[in-house]
Write a protein that binds this ligand. Structure first.
Ligand code: ASP
Length: 447
């Protein structure tokens, strides 16, 4: 069995065994395991932290190299513009799909006593969760309003101290710096060649480091999935949130299995089934870790070594995608906010559903690629729809309504993160047509 085949087998086994271990050994509805249970701590230690360690050097080196090899500024503009367009259009489509399904099936129309019981506990569950602290932090940084969130993104794009951004893991600033640095190296010509050669060597070394970390993935996935299932229990899938969860999972599956593959087939001229199989390592890691940032090194390694994506496209599209492209999060936020409105008896007009769709897509751009980030940026969507409700003299949706879904979020997070990562990889494959590698360079990469 080839190495990648063995790792896949071990990862799938880790995932299944982790779910069984979580359900039958750890889960106890009367005594929930703590959020910092040892399974989560050890899983984070052996898989998430080593992956996170590689992110900043990888983003810096890969984006710089992408800029040096694209060369022609017109081509760069075309690639950058097409990538952003692809990301924004797919996110709006994902949020629209979510809104259509949730307004059709109306999972929030539950019997009045069930609704009363769910909403009564929401505030306490919300206040007791870690999400509140993150929302408060985001509020302090004025990131909970649409204007504030966009200003924040723009500020990240023009960092005052890129070393500080690197130290704090803010990749947008690192990407912006690397774009300029790479362009400067490209324009610099011959005297800059040694720097490019060093970066090429560093990139190959980082790819090798990623392949080492991948050996820890099966155990990491086992522990992280055990921690998630052990806390929520698979029974949540049959509780009062069953239809909400099935709609999120069904929407994510439809977008990932039907919509994106169709886009890949049409614009990337690629067999989607085969490409998804080549990307299995990253998809399984995304599912296990619920973090598209942590998965990014593996996403890149899979794209370059197995998926036949060009280094030029991958090096630019994947780091940017891991930061801004979140199809699953956009879909989830739209479904969740409309579902909560249904549960709280708030009727949304067509225009208000449209506001939810647009703000969900935009809020998802601002969401970090870490677990539960989508719950934090959901506050932006709630704020936007509440503004419209106030203007209509209607009751508003309390922010604490998020508490209703906090308990089951992790399982949904694992699914939406997988879609987020799949969207990045589809983007890299499509953009490979715009930015192919030179033949010799490709052969070198694959040898
Ligand atoms: N966990 C997701 C990600 O890393 C973000 C979210 O919470 O939706 O992509």
């Amino acid at each position: 069995m080839k190495h990648s085949g063995l790792i896949t087998f071990l990862m799938i086994s880790g995932l299944v065994l982790g779910a069984l271990f979580g359900q039958y050994v750890l889960f106890n509805p009367d005594d929930l395991i703590p959020t910092n249970h040892w399974t989560k701590e050890v899983g984070t230690l052996i898989l998430i932290r080593p992956l996170m360690m590689l992110i900043v050097p990888l983003v810096f080196v890969s984006v710089t190299l992408a800029m040096t090899t694209i060369g022609d500024p017109a081509k760069l503009g075309l690639l950058g513009g097409s990538t952003l367009l692809f990301y924004i259009v797919t996110m709006v489509c994902a949020a629209t799909l979510g809104a259509i399904i949730v307004t059709t099936f109306r999972p929030g129309d539950l019997p009045p006593e069930t609704r009363a019981a769910m909403t009564a506990r929401a505030e306490a569950d919300y206040t007791a969760s870690d999400v509140v602290a993150n929302v408060e932090q985001a509020r302090k940084e004025s990131k909970t309003s649409m204007g504030g969130a966009w200003m924040n993104l723009l500020q990240q794009l023009i960092p005052t101290n890129v070393v500080k951004d690197m130290a704090e893991g803010r990749t947008l600033g690192v990407i912006a710096f690397a774009i300029l640095f790479g362009l400067a190296l490209a324009v610099g010509g011959e005297p800059c060649r040694p720097a490019v050669a060093v970066l090429e060597a560093a990139f190959n070394a980082i790819l090798r480091m990623i392949s080492w970390v991948m050996w820890a993935a099966p155990v990491g996935v086992f522990l992280l999935v055990a921690a998630s299932v052990g806390r929520v229990g698979l029974g949540a899938l049959s509780g009062p949130l069953m239809w909400f969860m099935l709609i999120v999972i069904g929407g994510v599956a439809t977008f990932g299995v039907v919509v994106l593959p169709a886009v890949l087939l049409i614009f990337g001229r690629t067999n989607p089934g085969r490409f998804a199989w080549q990307m299995r390592g990253a998809l399984l890691t995304a599912f296990g870790t619920a973090s598209s940032s942590a998965t990014m090194p593996i996403t890149m390694e899979n794209c370059v070594t197995e998926g036949g994506c060009s280094r030029r496209a991958t090096n630019f599209v994947v780091p940017l995608g891991a930061t801004v492209n979140m199809n699953g999060t956009a879909l989830f936020e739209a479904v969740a906010v409309i579902f909560l409105c249904q549960l709280y008896g708030i009727d949304l007009t067509f225009g208000e559903v449209l506001i939810v769709v647009m703000t969900a897509a935009l809020a998802a751009i601002g969401a970090a690629g870490i677990p539960a980030a989508g719950l934090v940026t959901m506050v932006i969507v709630i704020g936007a729809v509440n503004k419209a409700l106030v203007a209509r003299g209607q009751p508003t949706l309390p922010e604490s309504a998020i508490g209703v879904i906090i308990g089951v979020d992790r399982i949904l997070d694992m699914c939406r993160t997988t879609l987020n990562v799949w969207g990045d990889m589809v983007g890299a494959k499509i953009m490979t047509r715009l930015a192919p590698d030179d033949v010799e360079e490709r052969e070198k990469a694959l040898s």
